[in-house]
Write a protein that binds this ligand. Structure first.
Ligand SMILES: Cc1cc2nc3c(=O)[nH]c(=O)nc-3n(C[C@H](O)[C@H](O)[C@H](O)COP(=O)(O)O)c2cc1C
Length: 201
C-alpha cells in the first residue's frame, strides 16, 4: 500500500513515500538487498565520523533469532511486527571509542543511520517501521549487548502487505491520513518562537 505524505512543499519522492506500515507481506528480502540497506546506514554522517551504531538483525527464516527479537518487543508491537521479514535493534555506543568521553550525539547519529537505511529501503520497495516499544534491558540480556552500548530502537523491515491482514483497530490506523506539524511550528529564526521568514507560503 502506498501512503504518500500530503506535503506542503515539494520533496523527493523517497521522502514522500516513506511511511511506517504495520501490514507486511510474507516475502523474503534477498541477501543483496539487505546488504544495501546496511550499506546505506554505513554511509550516514556522524559526529567525528565515530559511527557509534550497531544493528542486531534477525530474519524470519532464522526462527530462534527471530523469536528472541519478538520476545523483547512489547506485545502491541510483537503482534504486527511478527509478520515483517526482518526485525532489528539499533544500538548506540555512548562514549567515543578513541578517548572514552561521552558522545552526546550517539543516539542522534544512530537515528541518522537508521534514517539512511529507511530511505534506501523505500527506494527498493521496502518499508521500515521503527519502534520504541521494546525492553532495552531485556535486549541487553537476550543479545549480550555490552556495557557502554544502549539499545535505542527496534525496527521491522519488509515489503508492504495488505491492510486487510490486520485486526480492525490496526487496519483503521493503517488507513488513517498521515499528519505532521506545519513548518511554522518548528522552523525558527533569530530567537526561539520566531517563525523563519521563508516558511510562509
Ligand atoms: C523512534 C521511533 C519509535 C517508534 N515507536 C513505535 C512503536 O513502538 N510502535 C509503533 O507502532 N510505531 C512506532 N513508531 C512509528 C511512529 O508512530 C511513526 O513513525 C509516526 O506515527 C509517523 O508515521 P510515518 O512514519 O508513517 O510517517 C516509532 C517511530 C520512531 C521514529
Amino acid at each position: 500500500m502506498q501512503k504518500p505524505a500530503p506535503i506542503d512543499f515539494p520533496v523527493h519522492e523517497l521522502v514522500r513515500n516513506r511511511w511506517s506500515p504495520r501490514a507486511f507481506a510474507d516475502k523474503a528480502i534477498p541477501q543483496d538487498v539487505l546488504q544495501s540497506l546496511f550499506e546505506a546506514a554505513r554511509w550516514a554522517p556522524s559526529s567525528n565520523n565515530e559511527q557509534p551504531w550497531a544493528f542486531l538483525v534477525a530474519a524470519k527464516n532464522d526462527k530462534e533469532n527471530f523469536e528472541k527479537m519478538l520476545s523483547v518487543l512489547v506485545e502491541f508491537n510483537a503482534n504486527w511486527a511478527k509478520n515483517a521479514f526482518i526485525l532489528a535493534i539499533a544500538v548506540s555506543e555512548l562514549s567515543f571509542a578513541k578517548n572514552n568521553t561521552p558522545n552526546r550525539n550517539a543516539q542522534y547519529d544512530t537515528g541518522a543511520a537508521t534514517a539512511w537505511l529507511s530511505v534506501e529501503a523505500t527506494a527498493r520497495g521496502l518499508f521500515v517501521h521503527q519502534m520504541a516499544g521494546f525492553d532495552p534491558e531485556k535486549a541487553r540480556q537476550v543479545f549480550a549487548i555490552p556495557a557502554g552500548w544502549d539499545a535505542i530502537a527496534a525496527l521491522a523491515i519488509g515489503y508492504p502487505g495488505d491492510p486487510d491482514s490486520l485486526p480492525q483497530r490496526l487496519k483503521e490506523r493503517e488507513l488513517a491520513p498521515r499528519t505532521r506539524k506545519p513548518l511554522s511550528e518548528f522552523v525558527m529564526s533569530g530567537r526561539w518562537g520566531n517563525i523563519a521568514p521563508f516558511v510562509s507560503k
